[in-house]
Design a protein around this ligand. Structure first.
Ligand code: SAM
Ligand code: SF4
Length: 425
Protein backbone atom coordinates (compact mmCIF):
# COMPACT_ATOMS: atom_id res chain seq x y z
CA UNK A 1 0.00 0.00 0.00
CA UNK A 2 1.04 3.58 -0.38
CA UNK A 3 0.85 6.73 1.66
CA UNK A 4 0.74 10.23 0.23
CA UNK A 5 0.71 13.75 1.63
CA UNK A 6 -2.78 15.02 2.56
CA UNK A 7 -4.07 18.40 1.42
CA UNK A 8 -6.62 20.94 2.73
CA UNK A 9 -9.76 21.78 0.74
CA UNK A 10 -9.97 25.55 0.17
CA UNK A 11 -12.85 25.78 -2.30
CA UNK A 12 -15.57 23.53 -3.73
CA UNK A 13 -17.04 23.85 -7.23
CA UNK A 14 -19.62 21.11 -7.88
CA UNK A 15 -17.80 17.80 -8.14
CA UNK A 16 -14.41 19.42 -7.96
CA UNK A 17 -12.43 20.92 -5.12
CA UNK A 18 -9.45 23.20 -4.99
CA UNK A 19 -6.87 21.96 -2.56
CA UNK A 20 -3.86 23.62 -1.03
CA UNK A 21 -0.72 21.54 -0.93
CA UNK A 22 2.43 23.12 0.38
CA UNK A 23 2.46 26.48 -1.44
CA UNK A 24 0.50 25.40 -4.54
CA UNK A 25 -3.19 24.87 -5.29
CA UNK A 26 -4.67 22.14 -7.44
CA UNK A 27 -8.12 21.08 -8.68
CA UNK A 28 -9.24 17.52 -7.99
CA UNK A 29 -12.30 15.33 -8.49
CA UNK A 30 -14.35 14.73 -5.31
CA UNK A 31 -16.98 12.31 -6.63
CA UNK A 32 -15.73 9.53 -4.32
CA UNK A 33 -16.11 11.74 -1.23
CA UNK A 34 -19.23 13.86 -1.98
CA UNK A 35 -19.66 15.10 1.64
CA UNK A 36 -16.31 16.84 1.76
CA UNK A 37 -16.41 20.46 3.06
CA UNK A 38 -14.15 23.49 2.84
CA UNK A 39 -11.48 23.14 5.54
CA UNK A 40 -11.46 19.31 5.45
CA UNK A 41 -8.21 17.40 4.94
CA UNK A 42 -8.17 14.74 2.25
CA UNK A 43 -5.95 12.03 0.86
CA UNK A 44 -5.94 11.96 -2.91
CA UNK A 45 -4.32 10.24 -5.86
CA UNK A 46 -4.34 10.73 -9.61
CA UNK A 47 -6.39 13.96 -9.27
CA UNK A 48 -9.11 12.16 -7.26
CA UNK A 49 -9.91 12.54 -3.55
CA UNK A 50 -9.94 9.13 -1.91
CA UNK A 51 -10.59 9.74 1.79
CA UNK A 52 -11.32 12.54 4.27
CA UNK A 53 -9.11 12.42 7.35
CA UNK A 54 -8.94 14.31 10.65
CA UNK A 55 -6.76 17.40 10.95
CA UNK A 56 -4.67 15.76 13.68
CA UNK A 57 -3.89 12.73 11.52
CA UNK A 58 -3.27 14.95 8.49
CA UNK A 59 -0.74 17.03 10.43
CA UNK A 60 0.98 13.87 11.61
CA UNK A 61 1.35 12.60 8.05
CA UNK A 62 2.46 16.02 6.79
CA UNK A 63 5.05 16.03 9.54
CA UNK A 64 6.30 12.62 8.40
CA UNK A 65 6.38 13.37 4.71
CA UNK A 66 6.73 17.09 4.17
CA UNK A 67 9.50 18.13 1.88
CA UNK A 68 12.97 19.07 2.87
CA UNK A 69 13.77 22.76 3.07
CA UNK A 70 17.35 23.12 4.17
CA UNK A 71 18.89 26.51 4.58
CA UNK A 72 20.29 26.64 1.09
CA UNK A 73 23.79 28.03 1.23
CA UNK A 74 24.95 28.06 -2.40
CA UNK A 75 28.01 30.13 -1.52
CA UNK A 76 29.23 27.23 0.65
CA UNK A 77 29.11 24.69 -2.18
CA UNK A 78 32.40 24.02 -3.97
CA UNK A 79 32.66 24.06 -7.77
CA UNK A 80 33.59 20.41 -7.60
CA UNK A 81 30.40 19.54 -5.69
CA UNK A 82 28.26 21.52 -8.14
CA UNK A 83 29.92 19.77 -11.10
CA UNK A 84 29.32 16.34 -9.58
CA UNK A 85 25.63 17.12 -9.01
CA UNK A 86 25.42 18.32 -12.61
CA UNK A 87 27.13 15.13 -13.83
CA UNK A 88 24.74 13.00 -11.77
CA UNK A 89 21.91 14.21 -14.01
CA UNK A 90 23.30 11.80 -16.63
CA UNK A 91 22.71 9.09 -13.99
CA UNK A 92 26.33 8.13 -14.03
CA UNK A 93 29.17 9.05 -11.70
CA UNK A 94 32.77 7.92 -11.42
CA UNK A 95 33.95 6.12 -8.32
CA UNK A 96 35.91 9.22 -7.34
CA UNK A 97 32.79 11.38 -7.62
CA UNK A 98 30.78 8.94 -5.51
CA UNK A 99 33.50 8.99 -2.85
CA UNK A 100 33.43 12.80 -2.86
CA UNK A 101 29.67 12.76 -2.22
CA UNK A 102 30.04 10.20 0.58
CA UNK A 103 32.57 12.50 2.24
CA UNK A 104 30.41 15.62 2.16
CA UNK A 105 29.73 17.52 5.38
CA UNK A 106 27.64 20.48 6.52
CA UNK A 107 26.23 22.58 3.65
CA UNK A 108 27.27 20.11 0.93
CA UNK A 109 25.81 17.15 2.80
CA UNK A 110 22.51 19.02 3.25
CA UNK A 111 22.56 20.01 -0.42
CA UNK A 112 23.12 16.36 -1.37
CA UNK A 113 20.06 15.24 0.65
CA UNK A 114 18.02 18.07 -0.81
CA UNK A 115 19.01 17.21 -4.39
CA UNK A 116 18.08 13.55 -3.83
CA UNK A 117 14.74 14.60 -2.35
CA UNK A 118 14.05 16.69 -5.45
CA UNK A 119 14.95 13.75 -7.73
CA UNK A 120 12.64 11.43 -5.75
CA UNK A 121 9.74 13.87 -5.97
CA UNK A 122 10.27 14.52 -9.65
CA UNK A 123 10.32 10.81 -10.46
CA UNK A 124 8.08 9.20 -7.87
CA UNK A 125 5.85 12.04 -6.64
CA UNK A 126 4.90 11.92 -2.99
CA UNK A 127 4.07 8.24 -2.76
CA UNK A 128 5.64 6.33 0.06
CA UNK A 129 5.18 2.59 -0.36
CA UNK A 130 4.58 0.48 2.69
CA UNK A 131 5.67 -3.13 2.59
CA UNK A 132 5.57 -5.81 5.25
CA UNK A 133 8.06 -8.38 6.43
CA UNK A 134 7.23 -11.68 8.11
CA UNK A 135 10.19 -13.30 9.84
CA UNK A 136 9.04 -16.88 9.92
CA UNK A 137 12.08 -18.77 11.27
CA UNK A 138 15.19 -17.76 13.19
CA UNK A 139 17.08 -21.01 12.58
CA UNK A 140 20.19 -20.49 10.47
CA UNK A 141 22.92 -22.86 9.37
CA UNK A 142 25.39 -20.04 8.65
CA UNK A 143 27.59 -18.07 10.99
CA UNK A 144 27.92 -14.58 9.52
CA UNK A 145 30.09 -12.71 12.01
CA UNK A 146 27.67 -9.75 12.31
CA UNK A 147 24.38 -11.57 12.71
CA UNK A 148 22.61 -12.48 15.95
CA UNK A 149 20.97 -15.49 14.26
CA UNK A 150 24.32 -17.15 13.43
CA UNK A 151 24.38 -20.84 14.26
CA UNK A 152 27.10 -20.41 16.86
CA UNK A 153 24.93 -18.12 18.97
CA UNK A 154 23.60 -20.50 21.61
CA UNK A 155 21.44 -17.74 23.15
CA UNK A 156 18.94 -17.73 20.27
CA UNK A 157 15.49 -18.87 21.42
CA UNK A 158 14.53 -20.78 18.32
CA UNK A 159 11.16 -20.78 16.59
CA UNK A 160 9.69 -21.85 13.29
CA UNK A 161 6.30 -20.78 12.10
CA UNK A 162 4.24 -23.58 10.59
CA UNK A 163 3.28 -23.27 6.90
CA UNK A 164 -0.33 -22.64 8.05
CA UNK A 165 0.80 -19.80 10.33
CA UNK A 166 2.87 -18.25 7.53
CA UNK A 167 -0.05 -18.43 5.12
CA UNK A 168 -2.57 -17.01 7.59
CA UNK A 169 -0.25 -14.17 8.69
CA UNK A 170 0.38 -13.21 5.05
CA UNK A 171 -3.26 -13.46 3.99
CA UNK A 172 -4.36 -11.36 6.97
CA UNK A 173 -1.73 -8.71 6.19
CA UNK A 174 -2.93 -8.54 2.60
CA UNK A 175 -6.68 -8.92 2.95
CA UNK A 176 -7.29 -7.12 6.27
CA UNK A 177 -4.49 -4.56 6.45
CA UNK A 178 -4.05 -3.93 2.71
CA UNK A 179 -0.40 -4.87 2.20
CA UNK A 180 0.43 -5.51 -1.43
CA UNK A 181 4.05 -6.58 -1.11
CA UNK A 182 5.23 -8.98 1.56
CA UNK A 183 8.72 -10.28 2.28
CA UNK A 184 8.97 -13.74 3.82
CA UNK A 185 12.31 -13.81 5.62
CA UNK A 186 14.27 -16.32 7.70
CA UNK A 187 17.75 -17.54 8.52
CA UNK A 188 19.08 -20.04 6.03
CA UNK A 189 16.91 -22.89 7.24
CA UNK A 190 16.81 -26.07 5.12
CA UNK A 191 13.87 -27.35 7.20
CA UNK A 192 11.61 -25.58 4.68
CA UNK A 193 11.92 -27.44 1.40
CA UNK A 194 11.21 -25.96 -2.02
CA UNK A 195 7.98 -27.99 -2.11
CA UNK A 196 6.85 -26.59 1.26
CA UNK A 197 7.61 -23.08 0.12
CA UNK A 198 5.92 -23.51 -3.22
CA UNK A 199 2.82 -24.72 -1.41
CA UNK A 200 2.93 -21.74 0.99
CA UNK A 201 3.25 -19.27 -1.89
CA UNK A 202 0.47 -20.89 -3.91
CA UNK A 203 -1.87 -20.86 -0.91
CA UNK A 204 -1.19 -17.19 -0.21
CA UNK A 205 -1.62 -16.22 -3.86
CA UNK A 206 -4.85 -18.22 -4.15
CA UNK A 207 -6.49 -16.12 -1.39
CA UNK A 208 -4.78 -12.75 -1.56
CA UNK A 209 -3.66 -10.41 -4.31
CA UNK A 210 -0.16 -9.72 -3.05
CA UNK A 211 3.42 -9.82 -4.33
CA UNK A 212 5.61 -12.28 -2.44
CA UNK A 213 9.32 -11.63 -2.03
CA UNK A 214 11.52 -14.25 -0.40
CA UNK A 215 14.58 -13.65 1.72
CA UNK A 216 15.90 -17.02 2.77
CA UNK A 217 19.56 -17.02 1.73
CA UNK A 218 21.46 -19.28 -0.65
CA UNK A 219 19.27 -22.22 -1.59
CA UNK A 220 20.45 -22.89 -5.16
CA UNK A 221 19.01 -22.54 -8.63
CA UNK A 222 16.40 -25.35 -8.48
CA UNK A 223 14.91 -24.01 -5.27
CA UNK A 224 14.50 -20.49 -6.67
CA UNK A 225 13.16 -21.85 -9.96
CA UNK A 226 10.41 -23.79 -8.17
CA UNK A 227 9.44 -20.80 -6.07
CA UNK A 228 9.26 -18.55 -9.11
CA UNK A 229 7.00 -21.07 -10.81
CA UNK A 230 4.87 -21.14 -7.67
CA UNK A 231 4.29 -17.39 -7.94
CA UNK A 232 7.09 -15.62 -6.01
CA UNK A 233 7.84 -12.22 -7.54
CA UNK A 234 11.03 -11.07 -5.93
CA UNK A 235 13.96 -11.82 -3.68
CA UNK A 236 15.60 -9.78 -0.98
CA UNK A 237 19.18 -10.91 -1.07
CA UNK A 238 22.12 -8.69 -0.16
CA UNK A 239 25.64 -9.15 -1.48
CA UNK A 240 26.66 -7.68 1.96
CA UNK A 241 29.90 -5.99 0.82
CA UNK A 242 31.73 -5.54 -2.47
CA UNK A 243 35.07 -6.00 -0.71
CA UNK A 244 35.79 -9.69 -1.24
CA UNK A 245 38.47 -9.84 1.48
CA UNK A 246 36.13 -8.28 4.00
CA UNK A 247 33.36 -10.60 2.82
CA UNK A 248 35.63 -13.59 3.51
CA UNK A 249 36.49 -12.26 6.95
CA UNK A 250 32.82 -11.82 7.82
CA UNK A 251 32.01 -15.36 6.65
CA UNK A 252 34.96 -17.55 7.59
CA UNK A 253 33.05 -20.86 7.35
CA UNK A 254 30.10 -20.15 5.19
CA UNK A 255 28.93 -17.82 2.47
CA UNK A 256 31.40 -16.84 -0.21
CA UNK A 257 31.20 -13.82 -2.47
CA UNK A 258 31.25 -15.72 -5.76
CA UNK A 259 28.33 -17.90 -4.75
CA UNK A 260 26.47 -14.77 -3.58
CA UNK A 261 26.91 -13.12 -7.00
CA UNK A 262 26.03 -16.36 -8.77
CA UNK A 263 22.73 -16.39 -6.86
CA UNK A 264 22.05 -12.78 -7.81
CA UNK A 265 22.75 -13.65 -11.43
CA UNK A 266 20.41 -16.60 -11.70
CA UNK A 267 17.71 -14.82 -9.68
CA UNK A 268 17.73 -12.14 -12.36
CA UNK A 269 17.74 -14.72 -15.14
CA UNK A 270 14.74 -16.42 -13.56
CA UNK A 271 12.92 -13.09 -13.76
CA UNK A 272 12.89 -12.21 -10.07
CA UNK A 273 12.63 -8.59 -9.04
CA UNK A 274 15.86 -8.45 -7.03
CA UNK A 275 16.31 -6.28 -3.93
CA UNK A 276 19.97 -6.14 -3.04
CA UNK A 277 22.62 -4.02 -1.38
CA UNK A 278 25.13 -4.03 1.44
CA UNK A 279 25.72 -3.48 5.13
CA UNK A 280 27.07 0.01 5.75
CA UNK A 281 29.69 0.48 8.45
CA UNK A 282 31.15 -3.01 8.83
CA UNK A 283 34.49 -2.94 10.67
CA UNK A 284 37.36 -2.05 8.30
CA UNK A 285 35.01 -1.08 5.48
CA UNK A 286 36.28 1.97 3.56
CA UNK A 287 34.62 4.69 1.48
CA UNK A 288 36.06 2.98 -1.59
CA UNK A 289 34.23 -0.19 -0.59
CA UNK A 290 30.98 1.75 -0.23
CA UNK A 291 31.46 3.33 -3.67
CA UNK A 292 31.99 -0.19 -5.07
CA UNK A 293 28.79 -1.30 -3.28
CA UNK A 294 26.90 1.44 -5.11
CA UNK A 295 28.39 0.30 -8.45
CA UNK A 296 27.20 -3.28 -7.79
CA UNK A 297 23.73 -2.03 -6.80
CA UNK A 298 23.59 -0.07 -10.02
CA UNK A 299 24.40 -3.21 -11.97
CA UNK A 300 22.17 -5.73 -10.16
CA UNK A 301 19.45 -4.10 -8.11
CA UNK A 302 15.79 -3.69 -9.13
CA UNK A 303 15.19 -2.49 -5.59
CA UNK A 304 17.66 -1.54 -2.87
CA UNK A 305 18.20 -3.38 0.39
CA UNK A 306 20.96 -1.73 2.40
CA UNK A 307 21.30 -0.62 5.99
CA UNK A 308 23.78 0.27 8.70
CA UNK A 309 25.71 -2.30 10.69
CA UNK A 310 24.25 -2.69 14.19
CA UNK A 311 26.42 -4.69 16.62
CA UNK A 312 24.60 -7.71 17.92
CA UNK A 313 25.11 -9.45 21.30
CA UNK A 314 26.82 -12.85 21.31
CA UNK A 315 28.54 -12.30 17.99
CA UNK A 316 32.27 -11.73 17.28
CA UNK A 317 31.40 -8.11 16.37
CA UNK A 318 29.37 -7.26 19.46
CA UNK A 319 31.91 -4.69 20.72
CA UNK A 320 32.42 -3.00 17.35
CA UNK A 321 31.15 0.49 16.52
CA UNK A 322 27.73 0.85 14.86
CA UNK A 323 27.49 2.08 11.29
CA UNK A 324 27.04 5.85 10.97
CA UNK A 325 23.40 6.75 10.13
CA UNK A 326 24.58 9.87 8.26
CA UNK A 327 26.70 7.68 5.97
CA UNK A 328 23.59 5.61 5.36
CA UNK A 329 21.59 8.74 4.44
CA UNK A 330 24.37 9.79 2.07
CA UNK A 331 24.36 6.33 0.48
CA UNK A 332 20.58 6.64 0.00
CA UNK A 333 21.03 10.04 -1.64
CA UNK A 334 23.77 8.93 -4.03
CA UNK A 335 21.76 5.84 -5.03
CA UNK A 336 18.71 8.06 -5.62
CA UNK A 337 20.75 10.40 -7.86
CA UNK A 338 21.97 7.44 -9.90
CA UNK A 339 18.70 5.47 -9.93
CA UNK A 340 15.86 8.02 -9.85
CA UNK A 341 12.99 5.54 -9.89
CA UNK A 342 14.32 2.71 -7.80
CA UNK A 343 12.54 1.59 -4.63
CA UNK A 344 14.70 2.39 -1.60
CA UNK A 345 13.24 1.29 1.74
CA UNK A 346 14.24 2.77 5.08
CA UNK A 347 15.24 -0.32 7.05
CA UNK A 348 14.72 -1.02 10.75
CA UNK A 349 18.49 -1.01 11.38
CA UNK A 350 18.53 2.66 10.37
CA UNK A 351 15.53 3.42 12.56
CA UNK A 352 17.22 1.61 15.42
CA UNK A 353 20.33 3.77 15.19
CA UNK A 354 18.79 7.09 14.20
CA UNK A 355 15.56 6.73 16.21
CA UNK A 356 12.15 7.64 14.88
CA UNK A 357 13.57 10.71 13.16
CA UNK A 358 15.64 8.25 11.11
CA UNK A 359 12.57 7.11 9.23
CA UNK A 360 11.71 10.63 8.16
CA UNK A 361 15.30 11.58 7.48
CA UNK A 362 15.78 8.48 5.32
CA UNK A 363 12.72 9.40 3.26
CA UNK A 364 13.90 12.97 2.91
CA UNK A 365 17.34 11.83 1.80
CA UNK A 366 15.73 10.03 -1.15
CA UNK A 367 14.22 6.77 0.18
CA UNK A 368 10.64 6.03 -0.85
CA UNK A 369 9.39 3.06 1.09
CA UNK A 370 9.10 1.49 4.50
CA UNK A 371 9.23 -2.09 5.59
CA UNK A 372 6.93 -2.66 8.55
CA UNK A 373 7.35 -5.72 10.73
CA UNK A 374 4.40 -8.13 10.61
CA UNK A 375 5.98 -11.04 12.47
CA UNK A 376 3.46 -12.29 15.06
CA UNK A 377 4.15 -10.75 18.50
CA UNK A 378 5.03 -14.04 20.19
CA UNK A 379 8.00 -14.59 17.83
CA UNK A 380 9.14 -11.06 17.14
CA UNK A 381 11.49 -10.62 20.09
CA UNK A 382 13.36 -13.79 19.12
CA UNK A 383 14.26 -12.65 15.61
CA UNK A 384 17.26 -10.74 16.86
CA UNK A 385 19.57 -10.03 13.96
CA UNK A 386 20.59 -7.16 16.27
CA UNK A 387 18.89 -5.49 19.23
CA UNK A 388 16.25 -3.49 17.44
CA UNK A 389 13.69 -1.06 18.69
CA UNK A 390 10.06 -1.05 17.72
CA UNK A 391 7.96 2.01 17.23
CA UNK A 392 4.35 2.69 17.99
CA UNK A 393 3.79 4.96 15.00
CA UNK A 394 3.17 2.01 12.67
CA UNK A 395 -0.56 2.40 13.11
CA UNK A 396 -0.76 5.78 11.37
CA UNK A 397 1.07 4.36 8.37
CA UNK A 398 -1.17 1.32 8.24
CA UNK A 399 -4.35 3.31 8.90
CA UNK A 400 -3.83 5.63 5.98
CA UNK A 401 -2.00 3.30 3.63
CA UNK A 402 -3.81 4.45 0.52
CA UNK A 403 -5.29 2.25 -2.20
CA UNK A 404 -5.74 -0.81 -0.11
CA UNK A 405 -7.32 -2.43 -3.09
CA UNK A 406 -6.67 -3.07 -6.74
CA UNK A 407 -5.08 0.26 -7.61
CA UNK A 408 -2.16 -0.21 -5.27
CA UNK A 409 -1.44 -3.67 -6.66
CA UNK A 410 -1.58 -2.38 -10.22
CA UNK A 411 0.70 0.49 -9.40
CA UNK A 412 3.35 -1.84 -8.00
CA UNK A 413 2.88 -4.21 -10.93
CA UNK A 414 3.38 -1.41 -13.45
CA UNK A 415 6.42 -0.06 -11.69
CA UNK A 416 7.99 -3.50 -11.31
CA UNK A 417 7.25 -4.23 -14.99
CA UNK A 418 8.87 -0.97 -16.09
CA UNK A 419 11.96 -1.70 -14.01
CA UNK A 420 12.32 -5.30 -15.25
CA UNK A 421 11.82 -4.26 -18.89
CA UNK A 422 14.41 -1.55 -18.51
CA UNK A 423 16.94 -4.11 -17.31
CA UNK A 424 16.13 -6.60 -20.05
CA UNK A 425 16.57 -3.98 -22.82
N1 SAM B 1 19.41 -15.36 5.92
C1 SAM B 1 19.10 -14.58 4.79
C2 SAM B 1 20.34 -13.95 4.20
O1 SAM B 1 21.34 -13.82 4.90
O2 SAM B 1 20.29 -13.55 3.03
C3 SAM B 1 18.05 -13.51 5.07
C4 SAM B 1 17.94 -13.02 6.45
S1 SAM B 1 19.31 -12.06 7.00
C5 SAM B 1 18.91 -11.78 8.66
C6 SAM B 1 18.96 -10.50 6.21
C7 SAM B 1 20.07 -9.49 6.26
O3 SAM B 1 20.28 -9.04 7.59
C8 SAM B 1 21.44 -9.95 5.84
O4 SAM B 1 21.55 -9.97 4.44
C9 SAM B 1 22.34 -8.93 6.50
O5 SAM B 1 22.74 -7.91 5.59
C10 SAM B 1 21.46 -8.28 7.57
N2 SAM B 1 22.10 -8.28 8.90
C11 SAM B 1 22.41 -9.33 9.66
N3 SAM B 1 23.01 -8.93 10.80
C12 SAM B 1 23.11 -7.58 10.74
C13 SAM B 1 23.65 -6.60 11.62
N4 SAM B 1 24.23 -6.93 12.78
N5 SAM B 1 23.56 -5.31 11.25
C14 SAM B 1 22.95 -4.97 10.08
N6 SAM B 1 22.44 -5.86 9.21
C15 SAM B 1 22.52 -7.16 9.54
FE1 SF4 C 1 21.99 -16.52 8.73
FE2 SF4 C 1 21.28 -14.51 7.13
FE3 SF4 C 1 22.09 -14.07 9.66
FE4 SF4 C 1 23.87 -14.88 7.88
S1 SF4 C 1 22.72 -12.94 7.84
S2 SF4 C 1 23.64 -15.68 9.97
S3 SF4 C 1 22.65 -16.23 6.62
S4 SF4 C 1 20.29 -15.11 9.04
Amino acid sequence: MCLTIPAKVVEIKGREAIIQKESATKTIDISLVPDVKIGDWILFANQTAVQVISETDAKEIVDLLESYHPNAQPDKLSEKFKNIIENSKKRDLTKEEIIYLLQTKDAEKEALYSEADVVRRANLQDFICIHGIIEFSNYCKNDCAYCGLRCQNSEVKHYRMTPEEIVSTAVKAANVKGYKLLVLQSGEDPYYTAEMFADIIQKIKATAKVFIFISVGERGLDFYKKLKEAGASGTLFRFETANTKLFQKMHPNGKNFESRLEHLKFMKELGYFVATGSIIGLPEQTLEDLADDIMIMKKWANMISMGPFVPSKNTPLEKEKSGDPEMNFKMISVVRLLMPKIRIPVVTALETLADEGGRKKGLLAGANSLMLNLTPGKYRANYKIYDNKFFDKESIWEKYGLFKAEESYQMIEERMGEELNKVIK
